[in-house]
Design a protein around this ligand. Sequence first.
Ligand code: HEC
Length: 153
Amino acid sequence: MKKITLSATLAVVALSLAATASAQVKPEDQIKYRKAAYSFASWNMGKIKTNLEGTYNAAQVKAAANAIAAVANSGLGALFGPGTEKAIGEQKTAVKPEMFKQGEKVAKLAGDYAAASNELVKAADTGDAAAVKAAFGKVGASCKACHDDFKSR
Ligand code: HEC
């Protein structure tokens, strides 16, 4: 009996934690987090590039590919909420306002990025540098495709 009560309590706690986690992130923080996420992805892309151009370290490439895919699959759309189409306080943004009006297109581009990143992880798992190079090119193209439409320079 006690056990049931405890697990019920834990379930409630877990639920409210989940609610807190997905609750409104302040618009200013949404901008901050998305820039950090993309910068982090970019750092990991750079690491893979270095590996492809120099000595290939399979473990390092795997770690970087997983990080890129984690960003891609994290639900970044949640960080493009209302009020984040322009700078807030110290948080400048390079997002184009169109991004908030072309949901379908954004979803497609974000989906392409996620799919390409998942393929990169698979390639990295094989340790085959040529496969990684090809998959890496596709991820890079998916970054660029979105920037071309929705990021100002
Ligand atoms: C679905 C669209 C989309 C995809 C895919 C995407 N980006 Fe971006 N990226 C953006 C937008 C929009 C911004 C501007 C964010 C802002 O300033 O609020 C941005 C900003 C950035 C920035 C600047 C961050 C900063 O601190 O200002 C970097 C670096 C970056 N992206 C790298 C990448 C890389 C690398 C990839 C692929 C691995 C990628 N992006 C994929 C839309 C995208």
